[in-house]
Design a protein around this ligand. Structure first.
Ligand code: 13P
Length: 246
């Protein structure tokens, strides 16, 4: 099980460092059995890394550029993240796909570059409400998955299923909806990377109150948590639910 907190564009410097310390404290009893990570804004990665040192909580980035260096104003490269002790890099989050026009081809470049630098990509896929209502959810997600893995040779990654309609809305996918999509993703990954053991996280309004029933589903291997990860106690409760689910 892996529970990762995506802080998105939230928290100032002091709050980010304080929150990291709170997460370390609140999840201390679980980090031996559950993989736990926080993904702060890029500007606080260094300060948060300092606070996580020696703990069981890993550091993740919310984004990464596919090139190692060069004229890409405002971007951060995979080796730069590795230099900071970053372990995971979220790639292809729906906010980046929708608000910043990232295509699956570009996302695939990021997956390849992150892996080449020794980062573990957390590749996000998910359908919109329209796609779900028109019955295209599974086809959309599997197509996004395949095109976001174009040319990717290593199975050293995590996949996060994040239905766009469930992100930040309080409207969580039902355990059955999540399980069905996770099973489909699991099947596609098994064809793509035979024998590989790839964690599939669910993301979209995961809270302490719904985590246990989601984690009880056989194909859910953890969660990518947005809003609830900003509160250390809520985040720790989700981590505890993952620990209980084994
Ligand atoms: P919420 O948990 O706030 O719905 O966000 C989910 C998400 O986008 C995590 O990457």
């Amino acid at each position: 099980m892996l529970v990762a907190g995506n802080w998105k564009m939230n928290l100032g410097h002091a709050d980010a460092v304080g929150r990291a310390a709170d997460v370390v404290r609140a999840t201390d009893g679980a980090t031996g059995t559950v993989d736990v990570a926080v993904c702060p804004p890029a500007v606080w990665l260094d300060a948060v890394a300092e606070r996580l040192r020696g703990s069981g909580v890993r550091l993740g980035a919310q984004n990464v550029h596919p090139e190692d260096a060069g004229a890409f104003t405002g971007e951060v490269s995979p080796p730069m993240l590795r230099d900071l002790g970053v372990h995971y890099a979220i790639v292809g989050h729906s906010e980046r796909r929708q608000l910043f026009g990232e295509t699956s081809a570009f996302v695939a470049e990021k997956v390849r570059a992150a892996q080449a630098a020794g980062l573990v990509p957390i590749l996000c896929v998910g359908e919109t409400l329209e796609e779900r209502e028109s019955g295209d959810a599974e086809a959309t997600v599997l197509d996004q998955l395949a095109s976001s893995l174009e040319g990717v040779g290593s199975a050293d990654l995590v996949v996060a299923y994040e239905p766009v309609w469930a992100i930040g809305t309080g409207q969580t996918a039902t355990p059955d909806q999540a399980q069905a999509m996770h099973a489909a993703i699991r099947g596609a990954l098994a064809e793509r990377f035979p024998g590989a053991d790839i964690d599939i996280l669910y993301g979209g309004s995961v809270k302490p109150g719904n985590a246990a029933e989601l984690f009880a589903q056989p194909d859910l291997d953890g969660a990518l948590v947005g809003g609830a990860s900003l509160d250390a106690e809520s985040f720790a409760a989700i981590v505890a639910a993952a620990k209980d689910a084994g």
